[in-house]
Design a protein around this ligand. Structure first.
Ligand code: GLP
Length: 243
């Protein structure tokens, strides 16, 4: 893992966007893995600004999102479909047929997981995957204890993850109990990975990620075994790592 230190959230976002834009310029037909949550919003904003000023084109880029809640329609404001449209896709020139997000409304969720994993393979795999990190170390929605070799699957969200995401909903009872997520096996097959971490509430897990052992209870720790990972963290997220 290569650590890139950023001053603050804005610099972290600019650095991440710079890496992504560099890859797109070099490989215009690349497959990009995308994340949701609060952390990548600034990165997406920087990609949109770059698109407006420099016209970096996404017309031949293919995207796969990490995860989606089960039971939320794509038009639901808390679905990750909605988030991606609002935060990125509506503002760049990516054709809709190149966008892939798991269908949390599928009748047979297991089939949807297999279909999604198959689409990733058909596209030749993910060239660059963007990740956030949950404060319990989850990546995508792979919660602590998830086997490291899993493909796309249905997960039951832990109470701490539902609690962390409750701020977007009208109360805990509205937060979905399940999600579809790329597995850690899927994520580890990506050729390159960028993991973003910002803010004090990520300081404990970033310390563990940088200095701890590979541990099944810290899903992100497996990234230590990947050959090409950039961790871009701001000073608050690095608070314990530097003391
Ligand atoms: C969510 C998402 C993850 C995200 C994480 C951190 O549960 N499924 O992909 O990385 O939580 O979110 P945030 O960036 O809001 O801290």
């Amino acid at each position: 893992m290569k650590l890139i230190e950023a001053r603050d959230y804005e610099e972290m976002s600019q650095l991440a966007a710079g890496l992504i834009i560099g890859e797109i310029n070099e490989f215009p037909t690349m497959t990009l893995g995308l994340a949701t949550g609060a952390t990548p919003v600034g990165t997406y904003r920087a990609l949109i600004q770059d698109y407006q000023h420099n016209r970096t084109s996404y017309s031949r880029v293919t995207t796969f999102n990490l995860d989606e809640y089960v039971g939320l329609h794509p038009t639901h404001p808390n679905s990750y479909h909605y988030y991606m449209k609002e935060k990125l896709f509506d503002h760049i020139d990516i054709p809709s047929h190149r966008i892939h997000i798991p269908d949390g409304m599928a009748d047979v969720l297991e089939q949807e997981c297999q279909r999604y994993e198959g689409s990733i393979e058909e596209s030749g795999g993910i060239d660059l995957q963007l990740l956030g990190i949950g404060s319990n170390g989850h990546i995508g929605f792979n919660e602590p204890g998830t086997p490291f070799d899993k493909a796309t699957h249905v997960v039951e969200l832990t109470p701490s993850t539902r609690e962390a995401n409750r701020r977007y909903f009208n109360g805990l009872s509205e937060v979905p109990t399940h999600a579809i997520t790329m597995g850690i096996g899927t994520i580890m097959k990506s050729k390159k990975i960028i993991l973003l971490a910002s803010g004090l509430k990520k300081a404990r897990i970033v310390h563990q990620l940088l200095f701890g052992e590979v541990d099944n209870n810290v899903p992100a720790s497996i990234l230590k075994e990947h050959s090409h990972v950039w961790v871009i963290a701001d000073q608050e997220a690095l608070r314990y790592a530097k003391s």
